[in-house]
Design a protein around this ligand. Structure first.
Ligand code: TEU
Ligand code: CA
Length: 556
């Protein structure tokens, strides 16, 4: 693997709508982000990905873009964006936007023109088909429920494809004219000084054609899209072209949102000449999921979590550099998911931070993760904004699940969990807005908020700062950034431990992933405690005594 400038960096995801509101309309904005660049810099962040801020009806919170060349007025102006880019540059920080090109909004100019003239040039930007004998071209189920087909406005005999929401018509990547438009837009942003992109839902751009039915997997007679994606061949041709036409000439940094990749394709995706610089590891994210819906999901125990992370480390090896997360804007909060219920103390949160942050790869922090933000309780489906939660709730009820239980699954897996406003203070609206927040603030803001954590040297926030500083320290950077990964005690339940072996140092990350204290063996030789989430490290003759949820980094 070739070394790259970004390998030793720390990355951070901002969900702009929920980060910081500066004009009291209840919606986070670019000025809020600009005002917090120093905060991020102080934390140790270098690379910042913004979820979409383009002009959008916000049917899927900005992942439905109506104009790729302008900023939605709710988030600010292009002047604000330019200022963000130049302020970031002054601080040696890199801004990434979200590249959402599997689909656009049904309010995009292209789609309006397609509706006016389905046979014209813009009709070919989409997948528009005839409805024959009242039947759609195939039985795929959209990610947000219901068929992927919707009647084309103004043409009751025709329909268009949307693998996500019906307000997100899929773009037809088979059409070279569409691809040209996409590349033009990407290059326009990169020319502006953007460092790169996070690339949304990208596997979906290649469909298995011609359209056909797959075996139904629910009573709705529809089929999960995964089956089609598994069969679709040739996404690499599009991705390679996009790399050569856009990313490579700009030396852009890109991180792919890649699900369902095939193991043998890894070098194509993130090898030295890969389509992307890196991609997210979603092994633990998808673990325990079910095609039937959230009510059939099995959860992810500490041992499952460890096995997922280790599996990815093994699979990637030296092929490329993976991106590691515990959460994002589509997932529940990591501390609520990977720490058993009732056990998410500050100590346990520090353990989770320690184990995910130090495996090989680029560590990402999702906004609020650094202060330990948790899932939010839901008392009624009416409080829920997330379209995916609303669909999963409905699916659970249809499957005969009791309403309270169905709501519980929304609490466990819903996308609102990560989207509640950032908790800056314990004050009104957690300091997020002076107005009415677009999504309710988590009631735990008095216990979990940045202001209190900044003042407390033992807080999770200050622990994250230490983790970041350690990974950048002249002493340990080489080992933590490039050192090999080797599992340790991988068969012992509720232990997550591994070596990072660098050119001249060997570190052992050792975590007692349970509330009971225990002694764990250490390899022979000298040992030195480099970091611990608790004040004492109790070395014994043959090992180390760890308190419940204690995690240590030892130099061996
Ligand atoms: O997500 C794409 C995606 O495939 C998953 O979030 C998927 O919906 C889920 O795991 C079900 O398998 C991206 C964005 O991150 C998300 O916020 C958008 O809603 C989606 O694309 C559409 O743009
Ligand atoms: Ca605002």
């Amino acid at each position: 693997m070739q070394k790259k400038w970004w390998h030793g960096k720390t990355a951070y995801q901002i969900y702009p709508k929920s980060f910081l509101d500066t004009n009291g309309d209840g919606i986070g904005d670019l000025r809020g982000i600009i005002s917090k660049l120093d905060y991020l810099k102080d934390l140790g962040v270098d690379i910042v990905w913004l979820s979409p801020i383009y002009v959008s009806p916000l049917a899927d919170q900005g992942y439905d873009i109506a104009d790729y060349y302008n900023i939605d007025p709710r988030f600010g102006t292009m002047e604000d964006m330019d200022e963000l880019l130049s302020e970031a540059k002054k601080r040696d920080m890199y801004i990434l936007m979200d590249l959402v090109v599997n689909h656009c909004s049904d309010e995009h100019e292209w789609f309006k023109k397609a509706c006016e003239d389905p046979d014209g040039p813009y009709g070919k930007f989409f997948y528009i088909k005839d409805i024959v004998d009242g039947k759609y071209p195939c039985n795929w189920r959209s990610y947000f429920g219901g068929p992927v087909w919707e009647p084309l406005p103004g043409h009751p005999d025709k329909c268009y494809l949307h693998v996500f929401h019906k307000k997100q018509p899929d773009l037809n990547w088979e059409n070279p004219a569409l691809r040209e438009e996409v590349y033009k837009m990407i290059n326009w942003w990169l020319d502006k000084g953007l460092a790169g992109f996070r690339i949304d839902a990208i596997i979906n751009i290649k469909k298995a054609l011609p359209f056909r039915d797959y075996p139904a997997d629910r009573d709705d007679g529809l089929s999960d899209i995964g089956k089609m994606l598994h069969e679709a061949k040739g996404v690499g041709e599009f991705l390679g072209e996009m790399r050569d036409r856009c990313f490579k000439p700009h030396d852009a940094f890109t991180v792919g949102e890649v699900f369902n990749e095939k193991a043998e394709e890894l070098p194509d995706f993130i090898g030295d000449n890969g389509y992307f610089s890196t991609m997210f590891d979603f092994a633990e994210t998808v673990f325990g999921g079910s095609q039937a819906g959230w009510h059939e999901a099995s959860g992810c125990s500490p041992d499952d979590y460890r096995n997922c992370v280790f599996g990815t480390q093994k699979k990637i090896g030296d092929i490329g550099y993976i991106s590691n997360i515990i959460e994002n804007h589509d997932e529940p909060r990591g501390v609520s998911r990977y720490i058993p219920e009732g056990e998410a103390t500050v100590t346990a949160k520090k353990l989770l931070a320690t184990v995910y942050f130090n495996v090989k790869g680029l560590p990402w922090i999702y906004q609020g993760q650094e202060i330990g933000m948790e899932n939010i309780p839901v008392s009624s489906i009416d409080e829920v904004d997330d379209i995916s939660s609303i669909d999963n709730y409905k699916v659970a009820l249809e499957a005969g699940v009791a309403p309270e239980t169905a709501l519980h699954f929304v609490e466990m897996y819903g996308r609102d969990n990560a989207r509640t406003p950032f908790q800056w203070t314990s004050g009104e609206n957690a300091g997020f807005t002076t107005g009415t927040p677009w999504l309710r603030v988590n009631p735990n803001k008095s216990e979990i908020n940045l202001a209190d954590e900044q003042a407390d040297p033992d807080s999770l926030f200050n622990y994250y700062k230490k983790l970041i500083a350690l990974r950048k320290s002249p002493e340990y950077a080489e080992t933590l950034v490039y050192g090999g990964f080797e599992p340790y005690l991988a068969d012992v339940p509720r232990v997550m431990a591994y070596f990072r072996e660098g050119a001249d140092k060997r570190l052992l990350i050792l975590a007692n992933y349970q509330k009971e204290a225990r002694e764990l063996p250490l390899p022979e030789g000298e040992r030195k405690a480099v970091l611990s989430n608790l004040p004492e490290v109790g070395f014994t003759e043959s090992g180390v005594f760890l308190e419940g949820y204690q995690a240590v980094i030892l130099e061996i």
